[in-house]
Ligand binder design. Structure first.
Ligand SMILES: Nc1ncnc2c1ncn2[C@@H]1O[C@H](COP(=O)(O)OP(=O)(O)OP(=O)(O)O)[C@@H](O)[C@H]1O
Ligand SMILES: [Mg+2]
Length: 457
């Protein structure tokens, strides 16, 4: 009897006509058989339910795995094409569809060659052979878009194997070349820009150095030229007066008139003044020629020529130079001996002193009773020249900046901010000395110019 058969209406024992006792026994045996059959059916049904539950669980795991793979594939920015062993398209991703602009249903199951531009078809035909021989393909090709226009791609083909490790097709991944080329072009462009910016930087650095050099030379020439100019101006005035006096003599004026002229025109004073004026002008001209000759000092540091000189006369000359060109005439207290011989570069020492005294005079422009203290002090190694004015002093924050090139607190056109920068360079590098600054406790600024004594003559 099969599981589907139901018990007959009359049993076999009824049909064969047994005795009532035998019939009872037979009926009992019949019932027992039916109970066994029903129990077996119950067991089989329970097994079936169990298999069904297991199957459903596995199915849901499979679905999860599939949707995970799908989400990974569709979020890839690289294109993906999966083919079977005969080169028919089995799967593609959204990146490919976006790049070629063709709907998925138009390419599924179709030959791989339909995705490529005509000129790459021979190469596509060779792909399966390459895959079978186990060689990877890495190349640049043109895919064809919906309008049959080329879409350049860098692709990579590799073999695909099934769970039995049998070759079952191929996988192509790739990246649009346009994107790579664009990135490369941008990189090259950025590199070119960087190179140009670098060239400009070098050029502007050169120009800045040149500018500093020219400004520095102009700054240092300014003092001797204005001094020379002042002297020439005085001599020019003398010349006019001498002409008047000599014309009178040539016209044979009387002695009395001549003497009056001599007195009024201050002829004797002029005669006395001419030699120092000429001498000072010669000095000024010498300084100019020295500065021009030493032009290289501003570009390449070099050892200067040192000789013995009297510091006191250099100090007096520097003071005279500055005071001659200004209306500020301070009360000067000079605390120093008659003579003091040093071995150093006289020209540079003079240049530095002129810059320091000029700055002191500038700082005292608004001071009612300008006062300049010049004090010499010496220790074992150095002679220190203190130049202290009673001007406005220097802001604490600016004390460190005053030696920087182009630092100035003077109005535009009044100062270049190069005086102390040049002086510091000359003092430390050319004179082997030092230059420092502080605000004096009695007010005003105090500059200390130190010169080495070991070479003292
Ligand atoms: N004796 C001083 N008292 C107060 N401030 C000073 C004194 N000496 C220098 N300074 C400050 O230092 C700055 C820089 O001086 P520096 O001689 O280098 O340039 P500058 O005098 O401004 O310009 P330039 O020297 O070209 O005329 C000045 O602008 C000023 O602010
Ligand atoms: Mg100055």
């Amino acid at each position: 009897m099969t599981q589907n058969q139901s018990p007959p209406e009359t049993s076999l024992t009824d049909q064969v006509g047994l005795t009532p006792g035998l019939r009872r026994d037979a009926r009992r045996a019949d019932d027992h058989a039916w109970i066994e059959v029903i129990q077996r059916m119950d067991d089989i049904y329970a097994d079936l339910v169990h298999y069904q539950v297991e199957l459903e669980e596995k199915n849901s795991q499979l679905e999860d795995a599939q949707s995970f793979i799908q989400s990974v594939i569709s979020s890839m920015s690289e294109i993906l094409i999966v083919c079977d062993i005969n080169g028919h398209i089995q799967q593609v991703n959204q990146a490919l569809l976006d790049n070629i602009g063709i709907e998925e249903f138009r390419i599924m199951g179709k030959p791989l060659s339909m995705l490529f531009s005509e000129k790459f078809l021979p190469m596509v035909a060779d792909i399966p052979e390459h895959i079978r021989s186990g060689s990877l393909i890495d190349c640049e090709v043109d895919l064809a878009n919906s309008k049959q226009q080329p879409v350049p791609m860098a692709i990579n083909c590799s073999a695909r194997f099934d769970y039995d490790d049998r070759l079952s097709g191929l996988v192509i991944t790739g990246r649009p070349l346009g994107e790579l080329r664009k990135a490369y072009d941008e990189l090259r462009h950025a590199h070119e820009e960087l190179k140009t910016a670098q060239k400009h930087l070098i050029q502007s650095e050169k120009m800045a150095t040149l500018g500093r050099l020219v400004a520095g030379v102009a700054h240092e020439l300014n003092n001797p030229i204005s001094f020379l100019f002042g002297n020439m101006h005085a001599l020019n005035g003398y010349q006019d007066k001498f002409k008047i006096y000599l014309d009178a003599i040539h016209n044979n004026v009387g002695e009395k008139e001549r003497e009056t002229l001599r007195k009024n025109l201050r002829i004797d004073h002029m005669l006395k003044d001419i030699p120092p004026l000429v001498e000072a002008s010669m000095e000024g001209a010498e300084r100019i020629s020295e500065i021009v000759q030493n032009l290289r000092v501003f570009t390449t540091p070099q050892e200067s020529k040192k000789q013995s000189f009297d510091l006191i006369s250099v100090l007096k000359r520097a003071t005279k130079w500055v005071l001659k060109a200004t209306t500020v005439q301070p009360d000067i207290s000079e605390h120093y001996p008659e003579r003091l011989n040093l071995i150093n570069n006289e020209g540079y020492v003079h240049q530095i002193l002129v810059n320091l005294i000029q700055n002191a005079i500038d700082a005292m422009q608004q001071v009612e009773q300008p006062k300049l203290d010049i004090i010499l002090r010496q220790d074992k190694k150095y002679l220190h020249i203190h130049i202290h004015d009673n001007g406005h002093g220097i802001e604490e924050a600016d004390l460190l900046k005053v030696f920087d090139p182009f630092f100035t607190t003077k109005a535009v056109g009044r100062g270049t901010g190069l005086g102390l920068y040049i002086s510091y360079g000359l003092a430390t590098e050319q004179c082997q000395g030092n230059l420092s600054v502080q605000n004096h406790i009695d007010g005003g600024a105090e500059f200390i110019f130190s010169l080495p004594l070991e070479d003292r003559a």
